[in-house]
Design a protein around this ligand. Structure first.
Ligand SMILES: C[S@@+](CC[C@H](N)C(=O)[O-])C[C@H]1O[C@@H](n2cnc3c(N)ncnc32)[C@H](O)[C@@H]1O
Length: 234
């Protein structure tokens, strides 16, 4: 007897490949909204006092792409500062996060950075975030001698949240409700309050069904709900 693959997990050999991008790629892989909601729900329950509740706080999304993560952050945070190095037509300012002096401090930085630049994004996020940073990355990011030496051993994350479901991310467009992938993802989180403590590993229980919302996957790209301009600092 063979068991069916869970929703989102593609086991065909055609997609059992690594997500390889050219060196100069922008890594245009939009983030499914439910994956950001999974983080935000965790941030809500992890708040240890009213002042740590996301609704009291300002977030930054420095590589906002078409705004799929920003729209969700606007559901949970008081304000969201969003930009991207490339203009995808979502109305965000064009800004290179890695260029120039550090931006102003913000409470949380939440992002899905390009894989090859992720360490630089993380370092800048750590310097410029009061409460913490949360980064969704391929789970393979956790391994690597160089990253261990330069990042994880020097600045251990407070938490690793491993998705039990696959998070489909496709180049150039939001993976629809039936989207699949062979790549595993996790959130890596550095909470300032727990800097220097032992990294806690948790699993994100299956939640895609509960966290997908009407409007997350409109038929036409132009039908996406506009980002709530009042909630976005630009
Ligand atoms: C994986 S996508 C981010 C997806 C996005 N979080 C979402 O909500 O769908 C990576 C993004 O990083 C952007 N990027 C690459 N280099 C950048 C840089 N130096 N500064 C700012 N954004 C950058 C790319 O243009 C791309 O939109």
């Amino acid at each position: 007897m063979t068991a069916a693959a869970p929703k989102g997990q593609n086991v065909s050999t055609a997609v059992m490949q690594r997500r390889v991008e050219p060196h100069d790629s922008l890594d245009d892989f939009p983030t499914p909204p439910w994956a950001t909601r999974a983080l935000c729900e965790w941030l809500k329950i992890s708040a240890e006092c009213a002042e740590e509740h996301p609704l009291m706080l300002a977030a930054r999304e420095p590589c906002a792409n078409r705004g799929h993560m920003v729209r969700v952050l606007c559901e949970y945070f008081a304000t969201v500062d969003a930009a991207d190095v490339h203009d995808y037509g979502a109305g965000f300012p064009v800004r290179d996060y890695l260029f120039g002096p550090d931006p102003e401090l913000v409470d949380w930085t939440v992002m899905n950075p390009p894989f090859r630049l992720a360490e630089q994004f993380i370092q800048r996020g750590l310097r410029t975030s009061r409460h913490g940073i949360a980064v969704i990355v391929r789970s393979a990011f956790l391994e690597g001698v160089g990253r261990y030496r330069d990042l994880f051993s020097v600045m251990p994350p407070s938490d690793v949240l491993q998705f039990t479901e696959r998070v489909p991310m496709h180049r150039g467009k939001l993976a629809g409700p039936g989207g699949t992938t062979a790549t595993a993802y996790c959130w890596i989180i550095w909470r300032s309050r727990y800097q220097g403590s032992v990294t806690r590993f948790r699993w994100i229980a299956p939640c895609r069904g509960n966290l997908e919302r009407d409007g997350d996957y409109p038929a036409e790209p132009g039908e996406f709900a506009p980002v709530d301009a009042g909630a976005v600092l630009i």
